[in-house]
Design a protein around this ligand. Structure first.
Ligand code: NAD
Ligand code: UGA
Length: 463
């Protein structure tokens, strides 16, 4: 089938940027991104492209080029489903917070709602593409819903997981390492796969478009995230050993990364990984393994999460211990709140957990992040339900200037690796702080020697 109309359900961090790039690269395809969240759609339609709801370098330019030409954002989900030949499902699949599998399994209620809505609306054959990250064998459930509740039309289900990372979403989409498409191995399945291959082939070379069966594709996504997160937990585990032995984790990472079998990427020790997916996807993998009785497999992967929780807790403990075992009423300045640089996303950011620990110790936190709003930070803390909203508001102050956030602080903690932090006038910051002035560099981005020569007491990760 030659695709001329695409619908994407879910205008989030994946649906928005992915569809913007498809629209930019395929002017002959009409792409409509729909969402139930009216505010989100209004923001995507904001006349000023700088106000779109997701901050990603290069994204506003692409949106302004394609929007209104062949890229549309709408809340009319039925209409978009009805018109499209190919429907991407890109809704959220968070960890379940209730019932069986609570705290581990993926919550598929939004996926099921989409499947039922597609079944209800579709009057012609459709290709349904899983873009969300899903447990292996979800396509089976989607197919069953579509076939049993639909209007007798034919559906093909493809799995096309997304591998973009936030902060580099546009670059990752324009130049992906690979595109993975899983589908049925019969003739109809192959035709559906080819329709999607043809969409990507508008800008991705065919040797980078990999086709597999559906289950391999679904499981490859969980596996990729598990391996990536495992590398971070591995280097973070070594960072603790480095601190005890006089080794330096940056030197160790460089030394092992030069082994071409290991490779240099994703070996940055940190305050712990965050983001909406690593933890959720590993928990989901652990749950799936357990559900097949594979307890050793489950325990193996669960350790990645246990190590990450330990790394976050270790960071806040170190701050308390170094500040003479009390941070009560002391001002601790946080530079960064986002889970990584170049994004306004804060989901599962280590900053949230470190702040929560320090507020439990009655510290006063002052935060500066170039892209995260005060409301977002407070709602992240409120979500933990550790204390009342009022108490959070009195413990956390937000500044739109790093120098103000650090003024009169006893310590600074670097939580996100924003480039601008390396360019500050650190002498000016030092002069405005209580002495001794401590820095806890949770990202190892600052120059320790330079800071120590100013007078700071510098603490990095793993050295
Ligand atoms: P998100 O929360 O930013 O966006 C999901 C959107 O779907 C929301 O705006 C929500 O309102 C909408 N939605 C939910 N149910 C709906 C329905 N029935 N009809 C219409 N809209 C509906 O989530 P995200 O970060 O874009 O992630 C989406 C999926 O992609 C997840 O499965 C995630 O694991 C996966 N993924 C995310 C990333 C990432 O970097 N964020 C990368 C790769 C894969
Ligand atoms: C990650 C994967 O990299 C993507 O391929 C995947 O598509 C996505 O998850 C997903 O499925 O959601 P993302 O979470 O956006 O992307 O960002 P990463 O660059 O992977 O960073 C995740 C976390 O790990 C961040 O908190 C980052 O600071 C941390 N990190 C990363 C480290 O601590 N050390 C490193 O060496 C790399």
């Amino acid at each position: 089938m030659k695709i001329t109309k695409i619908c994407c359900i879910g205008a989030g961090y994946v649906g928005g940027p992915t569809m913007a790039v498809i629209a930019q690269k395929c002017p002959h395809i009409q792409v409509t991104v729909v969402d139930l969240n009216e505010q989100r759609i209004a923001d995507w339609n904001d006349p000023n492209p700088e106000n779109i709801p997701i901050y990603e370098p290069g994204l506003s330019e692409i949106v302004s080029e394609a929007r209104g030409r062949n890229l549309f954002f709408s809340t009319d989900v039925d209409k978009a489903i009805d018109e499209a030949q190919m429907i991407f499902i890109s809704v959220n699949t968070p960890t379940k917070t209730y019932g069986k599998g609570k705290g581990m399994a993926a919550d598929l209620k939004y996926i099921e709602l989409c499947a039922r809505q597609i079944a209800r609306v579709a009057k012609q054959n459709k290709i349904v593409v899983e873009k969300s990250t899903l447990p292996v064998r979800t396509a089976e459930a989607i197919k069953s819903i579509l076939d049993n509740t639909g209007n007798g039309v034919q559906f093909q289900i493809l799995s096309n997981p997304e591998f973009l990372a936030e902060g580099t979403a546009v670059a990752d989409l324009l130049n992906p390492d690979r595109i993975l498409i899983g589908g049925d191995t019969n003739q109809e399945g192959e035709e559906a796969i080819n329709s999607l291959v043809d969409v990507y082939a508008n800008w991705v070379s065919k040797d980078r478009i990999l086709t597999t069966n559906v289950w391999s594709s679904e499981l490859s996504k969980l596996t990729a995230n598990a391996f990536l997160a495992q590398r971070i937990s591995s280097i973070n585990a070594m960072s603790e050993l480095c601190e005890k032995t006089g080794a330096d984790v940056n030197e160790v990472a460089k030394a092992i990364g030069m082994d071409s079998r290991i490779g240099p990427k994703f070996l940055k020790a940190s305050v712990g990984f965050g983001g909406s997916c690593f933890q959720k996807d590993i928990l989901n993998l652990v749950y799936i393994a357990k559900s097949y009785g594979l307890n050793e497999v489950a325990d193996y992967w669960e350790q990645v999460i246990i190590m990450n929780d330990h790394q976050k807790r270790r960071f806040s403990n170190k701050i308390v211990q170094t500040l003479y075992n009390t941070v009560a009423d002391k001002k601790i300045a946080f530079l960064g709140w986002a889970f990584k640089k170049d994004t306004n996303d804060t989901r599962e950011s280590a900053a949230i957990y470190v702040a929560d620990d320090l507020i439990n110790e009655q510290a006063k936190i002052s935060v500066y992040d170039p892209k995260v709003s005060k409301n977002k930070m407070l709602s992240d803390l409120d979500y933990l339900e550790t204390r009342t909203g009022e108490e959070n508001r009195s413990a956390l102050n937000v500044f739109d200037n790093a120098y103000e956030a650090c003024k009169d602080a006893h310590a600074i903690a670097i939580l996100t690796e924003w480039d601008e932090f390396t360019m500050y006038d650190w002498k000016k910051i030092y002069d405005s702080m209580h002495k001794p002035a401590f820095i806890f560099d949770g990202r190892n981005i600052l120059n320790a020697k330079q800071l120590e020569s100013i007078g700071f007491v510098y603490n990095g990760i793993g050295s």
